[in-house]
Design a binder for this molecule. Structure first.
Ligand SMILES: Nc1ncnc2c1ncn2[C@@H]1O[C@H](COP(=O)(O)OP(=O)(O)OP(=O)(O)O)[C@@H](O)[C@H]1O
Ligand SMILES: [Mg+2]
Length: 273
């Protein structure tokens, strides 16, 4: 049977998803469809936020783009190459920081470079430069348990930057932080992003965060996750969260998401009834 031709795409695109699907435990009685028929193109340097109900497959999509998880349908491409394995070009930052507690801050930041076999002096210099960018140069010899939650997340960002990724995948990186620290981290991330020219794919549940950060917001349906709609955010930066345009966008996204969250809850209730 001939498969559908895939929609053409630019080899310069940072990430291309074509008909991407994922069924966990496919072919078994525990088969569980997380994502279905997803088409998405991310431009170089673009900041894209993924928004959707819990369990709709956002983390699954990031893992697949990172090359950490196999697809069960479709294809993912990055800068003209098929994604089939992890690459230093694509860094993933998890919701819970995963720093090594027995290493110092600079050793954590340069860990990926040590896997590449870089000499220690060079690794230390790169780590220092990245820590300067996240405002933590003076914490370089500390250990992760001596830092606050916000500082640990900044170290995680520095570690991702040390690999000079072209695509930064961020899975609810600031979710565990208080509102004020989160706002600071958003400003800081926008500064880092501007300097790095990387594309960012950022998952959040916070609509205000989506409006503060995104060039485009991708709204997912409830599971199996599909793209419900893509909302462009044409607001100049730095953004004023109190501007009527920001308020209107928050309202639009809230309504779009509410439908899907209701649907997801109804489905869960039906399954447990
Ligand atoms: N390793 C796994 N094995 C089996 N099923 C999984 C696995 N990881 C996730 N799932 C299922 O796949 C679906 C999508 O999960 P995923 O973690 O991608 O959702 P999410 O959109 O990131 O949710 P949240 O917003 O709560 O983080 C869920 O129904 C989840 O139960
Ligand atoms: Mg998730």
């Amino acid at each position: 049977m001939a498969s559908d031709p895939i929609r053409p795409f630019s080899s310069k695109a940072a990430v291309v998803c074509r008909a991407v699907g994922k069924t966990w435990a496919a072919g078994t009685e525990r088969a569980h469809e997380a994502l279905r028929g997803l088409d998405l193109d991310i431009a170089p340097g673009e900041f894209v936020v993924l928004l959707g109900p819990s369990g709709c497959g956002k983390s699954t999509l990031l893992y697949m783009i990172a090359g950490l998880e196999d697809l069960t349908g479709g294809e993912i491409w990055s800068f003209g190459e098929r994604v089939e394995a992890p690459s230093p070009d694509r860094s993933l930052i998890f919701q819970e920081t995963s720093l090594f507690p027995w290493l110092t801050v600079w050793q954590n930041v340069s860990f990926g470079l040590s896997l590449r076999g870089l000499p220690v002096a060079e690794r230390k210099a790169v780590a220092l430069a990245c820590l300067q960018r996240v405002g933590l140069a003076e914490a370089m010899h500390k250990r992760p348990d001596e830092l606050s939650g916000g500082m640990r997340q900044r170290v995680a960002v520095a570690r991702a930057l040390a690999m000079r990724p072209k695509v930064l995948l961020m899975d609810e990186p600031f979710a565990a932080l208080d509102v004020q620290t989160r706002a600071k981290m958003q400003d800081f991330l926008l500064d880092v992003w501007r300097d790095s020219a990387a594309s960012v794919l950022f998952v959040t549940h916070h609509i205000d965060e989506a409006v503060a950060l995104a060039d485009r917001v991708v709204v997912f349906t409830s599971r199996p996750g599909r793209i419900k709609t893509i909302v462009p955010v044409d607001l100049p930066r730095p953004r004023d969260p109190f501007a009527p345009e920001s308020e209107a966008l928050r309202r639009q996204l809230t309504l779009l998401l509410r439908d899907e969250v209701d649907r997801a809850f109804a489905e869960q209730e039906a399954m447990t009834a």
